[in-house]
Design a protein around this ligand. Structure first.
Ligand code: ADP
Ligand code: ADP
Ligand code: ZN
Ligand code: ZN
Length: 838
């Protein structure tokens, strides 16, 4: 036996999880093959993330951190021990999460992907640099070595910029905008929104909200009339109001408290200065929000949005500067980069080839993942979560790690079926390098690519938390215990809705939208049938978001409220439409006090129910008293937040459940106010808040309104959520469905519902439920528009609008529209090709 074979027999083959009790996991033991691609499937809430992230990743990353020096460790947030008896043979773990953190203002596609590093290196080492006399001096090997250049034209010696000096997050930063590419200026029109008012009547709104009303008294002493309509003031008067000098004025005024006349010296803040002054002092999000309406963002006048200083833009390579190269899309930039070595003197080519190679290495992945339409200077904040996650993935493979456990949380988000092969190729490469890949996903195409599957279930929450089936894909798909099995089979039929006849499609009316060009999207002429399910498809970057979220929604909103249409909208017709609702996966409630029950209007109703108890009546507790935010019955220790901050010296603040109410947010008294339920028991409000939706549905039988509202949550597959669970902690998919729940049952025949990838986090079985929900909305007369890649949803559309053909400059048009059959038969439609295959 060779040493290699011997090792193979000794080395562990599996991660062994023993006694996992994280969240709803039922003390499970499970073996996860190492060095393979392992898919974890299951309905939402079944415990996939609890196993993948809560147990495996948490243990993997904790051990990894423990192996670091104490110094590094202290500076990281303390990782809590996962609730698992034992995890053996877990490698150091990296997780690519569904919701990557909000990127900084200075991060771009170029910085995130690290492509900008290679590009900067090219410009610093290979470009022609401008010498102090303004000549462009061709590069030579000496530049590359030490950046010392001899300018052949004037014979002078000088130093060319290093890569650092070309970086907008370093010394190459544009001094005007600080590397953000934008400047904030005061929008003067917003300062006086109604110029028929006088200054005394509050024409200058910022003086009412941001500054003391004393400014009115000051401008009066400066000769501005404050009792005539603002529009009738002379240009000189207006100039004082907007831009008057910041200096002290002696004024006589009436003290608003004592109503006595008084006098004092006071600084004059013009309308514009008031905003600037507040901007300099603003401390929190809330304050910023208040100011935002007076500000507008402009492209930085000095760097034109490139974020780079003039010096950093100066070096030339193949005739262009770093800023111009960064503005090209990746698909355009690649051939340009490939041309670099040949454009240089012979002796520089080997070095050039090396730098270009490293660029090509990274960009190949990004192209495979369908991101070629992005330019390096694209602000990261404008990328979708799917796009950001794919950038992370590309980086992960490039780092050529080995022996690492990668935990991927729904990597198929935002990916058209066409791009899925790029994703599976990345997973294959990670595996080939000796890593292990665990992915939580729902997309059956991606699941089928795994070597091994672990299926959680059977249901969600308390009904889940167990492994119901595991093995190779074929084994799972044939296992009668498996819920996902039938969906993995090639025989699976996804159409469950009736097919809409083409003739009848526009019977209920049409929404007609005409747009001008925006980003890379061409002018569009879109017709959306009212009262139908329309699905907008296309590869990523093809223009779906631009058409639906940036055009259709704002156009409808403007039309409904009678406001000016956004600039790029030519026309919108939508007779009879009175509201438009976007239901997306952004987190709910920056307000930490929002819970499932409050958001779904269940809590309001419960409060009323408890206010009717005898105890409440005797003690004059109205419904308001039962609010955990403001009510008398909230826990006095934590003020109804359910947790308290421990101020431990030298450590970051640690939040722990409130010791008095144990996280229930309610006072002891609230626990004594009971209400009898159908099951014969008596429950307090805090006890109910600790129940899942499904449990509450059961014990609250007979309460009509509550039943209705809870039933909607149940029907949307959210029955496993706890009523008192905080909404900011919900996953994107859960948040989206909760938003939908709170919209159900309101007036619908005049409504347009827009969904952005509603299948995020949904098991194929849950997708069926979602389709039934769409049907319910449509039965009530609503118009439903969905951006989606999931083939089950696409197959069930009444009407499809397919965008493309590619992403970015290769996209931006409507390629085909019609019924699923129309699309399937359309040779130009990429989406149609994938539908055919099923
Ligand atoms: P999945 O990933 O399959 O959708 P999860 O592992 O996220 O399922 O959730 C499984 C169960 O654990 C659900 O009942 C969920 O409500 C619960 N759960 C998830 N996260 C937490 C948490 N941070 N605290 C308490 N319970 C949680
Ligand atoms: P999809 O939703 O189909 O993925 P998008 O509508 O997001 O496509 O993008 C269409 C095109 O518009 C792409 O080339 C994209 O890079 C570009 N784009 C989208 N948003 C912005 C933005 N905020 N700034 C610049 N370009 C953008
Ligand atoms: Zn600038
Ligand atoms: Zn408390």
């Amino acid at each position: 036996m060779s040493i290699r074979d011997e090792k193979r027999n000794v080395l562990p083959r599996c991660i062994e999880v023993r006694g996992a009790k994280v969240h709803n996991l039922k003390n499970i033991d499970v073996d996860i093959p190492l060095h393979e691609i392992v898919a974890i499937a299951g309905v939402s809430g079944s415990g996939k993330s609890s196993l993948a992230l809560g147990a495996l990743y948490a243990e993997g990353s904790r051990r990894y951190l423990e192996s670091l020096s104490t110094y590094t460790r202290r500076r990281m947030t303390q990782a809590e021990r996962a609730d698992v008896e034992e995890v053996r043979y877990v490698p150091a773990a990296l997780a690519l999460r569904q919701r990557p953190g909000v990127p900084g203002i200075r991060s771009t596609f170029g910085t995130l992907s690290e492509l900008l590093n290679s590009l900067r290196l090219m410009f610093s080492r290979l470009a022609s640099h401008r010498c102090p006399n303004g000549h462009y001096c061709a590069p030579s090997l000496s530049v590359a070595a030490m950046q010392e250049i001899t300018c052949p034209v004037c014979g002078e010696n000088f130093y060319g910029p290093g890569a650092e000096e070309l970086a907008f997050n370093s010394t190459g930063v544009c001094p005007t905008c600080g590397g953000t590419g934008v400047v904030q200026t005061v929008n003067e029109a917003s300062l006086v929104p109604d110029d028929s008012k006088t200054i005394d009547e509050g024409a200058v709104v910022v003086w009412g909200t941001l500054m003391w009303s004393l400014m009115k008294d000051i401008v009066r002493t400066m000769g501005v009339r404050t009792d005539v309509p603002f529009r009738n003031l002379t240009p000189e008067e207006k100039e004082i109001v907007y831009h008057g000098e910041l200096k002290k004025h002696h004024i006589h005024y009436v003290n608003p408290k004592t109503l006595e006349p008084a006098e004092m010296d006071f600084n004059y803040y013009s309308a514009v200065n008031s905003v600037k002054n507040s901007l300099a002092k603003v401390k929190d999000e809330k304050g910023m929000k208040r100011l935002e309406k007076y500000l507008e963002e402009d492209v930085c006048p000095d760097c034109h949005g490139t974020r780079l200083s003039e010096a950093a833009r100066a070096p030339r390579l193949q005739g262009i500067g770093l800023d111009e190269a960064a503005a090209m899309t990746l698909s355009e930039l690649i051939p340009w980069v490939q041309g670099v070595p040949a454009s240089l003197p012979e002796e520089m080519r080997p070095m050039a080839e090396k730098i270009c190679e490293s660029f090509m290495d990274v960009s190949k992945r990004l192209m495979d993942l369908g991101l070629g339409y992005l330019s390096l200077d694209r602000a990261a904040s404008t990328l979708s979560t799917g796009e950001r996650q794919r950038v992370q993935l590309a980086r992960a493979v490039r780092n050529r790690t080995t022996g690492v456990l990668y935990v991927l949380d729904e990597p198929s988000i935002g990916l058209h079926p066409y791009n899925l092969k790029g994703l599976t190729a990345v997973m294959d490469d990670l595996k080939a390098d000796g890593n292990s890949v665990i992915l939580v996903d729902h997309d059956t195409q991606v699941l089928k690519h795994a070597d091994w599957m672990i299926e959680m279930g059977k249901g969600a929450g308390a009904d889940g938390g167990e492994v119901i089936s595991e093995g190779r894909i074929e084994a799972v798909s044939e296992n009668p215990e498996s819920v996902i099995g039938p969906y993995l089979s090639d025989q699976y039929q996804s159409r469950i809705r009736l097919v809409m006849q083409e003739k009848a499609m526009f019977e209920k009316g049409v929404i007609h939208l005409e747009t001008g060009a925006i980003h890379t999207v061409h002018p569009l002429d879109v017709r959306i049938p009212m009262g139908r399910l329309t699905v907008v498809t296309g590869v990523s970057g093809s223009g779906k978001t631009t058409m639906v979220l940036e055009s259709l929604i704002p156009a409808l909103k403007a039309e409904i409220s009678g406001q000016k249409l956004p600039e790029h909208i030519k026309r919108i017709e939508a007779e009879g439409i009175a509201q438009v609702k976007l239901i997306d996966a952004t987190p709910i409630g920056i307000n930490v006090r929002s819970t499932v029950a409050t958001y779904a209007n269940v809590h309001d109703e419960l409060r009323k129910v408890y206010a009717k108890t005898n105890y409440a009546k005797e003690h004059a507790f109205k419904a308001g008293a039962f609010s955990y935010n403001t009510g008398k019955l909230r826990c006095p220790t934590c003020d109804g937040t359910g947790e308290i901050s421990l101020d431990v010296q030298f450590l970051p603040d640690v939040k722990i459940p409130c010791p008095d109410c144990r996280g229930s947010r309610y006072s002891k008294e609230a626990f004594t106010i009971l209400r009898r339920a159908k099951d014969g028991n008596e429950y307090s409000l805090p006890e109910l808040m600790n129940m899942s939706v499904d449990q509450a549905l059961h014990v609250l039988e007979g309460f009509r309104v509550l039943q209705q509202r809870l039933r909607v949550l149940h029907d949307l597959g959210l029955g496993y959520l706890t009523l008192g669970e905080e909404t900011p902690g919900l996953s994107g998919g859960e948040a989206q469905r909760l938003k939908l729940a709170s919209e159900m049952g309101k007036g619908q025949s005049d409504s347009v519902f827009v969904f952005d990838e509603p299948t995020i986090g949904l098991h194929p079985q849950d997708v069926k439920t979602l389709l039934h929900v769409f049907q319910t909305l449509i039965d009530h007369g609503a118009t439903v528009v969905v951006i989606e890649h999931d083939l089950d949803v696409i197959e069930n559309a009444d009407y499809i609008i397919d965008m493309g053909p590619g992403g970015g400059k290769e996209g931006g048009r409507i390629i085909a529209c019609g019924t699923p059959d129309n699309i399937r038969q359309n040779p130009d439609s990429l989406t149609g090709k994938f539908m055919e295959k099923r």
